[in-house]
Design a protein around this ligand. Structure first.
Ligand SMILES: [Zn+2]
Ligand SMILES: [Zn+2]
Length: 124
C-alpha cells in the first residue's frame, strides 16, 4: 500500500478513515495533534505527501514529536531518538577505552541486539 496525496485535507481525511484519528482538517491537527501524530508515524512510510502545504504539516508534526532523527552510533543507519538526546563523550579517545566514541550511544535495533544481545562480551 503506497499512496500519494496532493492535498493535505485529502491526506487527513484518508488518515482519519485508515487510522481513526478524527482529524480531517489542518485546524483539527492543532487541536488533536497527538492522535494524528501517532497515526502519521504509523503510515508515513506508506504515503507520499506532495505539495508544500503538506511539507508544512510534516514539519508541524515533526515539531510535536518527542523524537528526532539520528544516525545509529553503530552503523550510521537512520533512527529516531529522544529529542533531547545529545552525544556525550569521555575524551578524544587517546589511550582510553572509550576510543573517542559517545559514552551514551544510540543504536538501531540491529546494533542494540549486537551490542546488548549477548550475555557477556566473552561469548563472542
Ligand atoms: Zn546500527
Ligand atoms: Zn575516554
Amino acid at each position: 500500500m503506497f499512496k500519494k496525496f496532493t492535498d493535505v485535507e485529502d491526506f487527513l481525511v484518508w488518515m482519519a478513515e485508515e487510522c481513526g484519528t478524527d482529524v480531517t482538517t489542518v485546524l483539527d491537527t492543532k487541536m488533536r495533534a497527538e492522535g494524528a501524530l501517532d497515526a502519521f508515524y504509523e503510515i508515513r512510510d506508506e504515503v507520499e505527501i506532495l505539495n508544500r502545504e503538506n511539507e508544512i504539516l510534516k514539519d508541524k508534526l515533526q515539531l510535536l514529536s518527542p523524537f528526532k532523527k539520528w544516525n545509529c552510533d553503530g552503523c550510521n543507519k537512520g533512527i529516531e531518538v529522544q529529542k533531547d538526546h545529545v552525544s556525550e563523550y569521555c575524551c578524544s579517545g587517546f589511550e582510553c577505552g572509550c576510543m573517542g566514541l559517545p559514552i551514551n550511544p544510540a543504536f538501531c535495533d540491529e546494533c542494540t541486539k549486537k551490542v546488548f544481545g549477548k550475555d557477556s562480551y566473552l561469548d563472542s
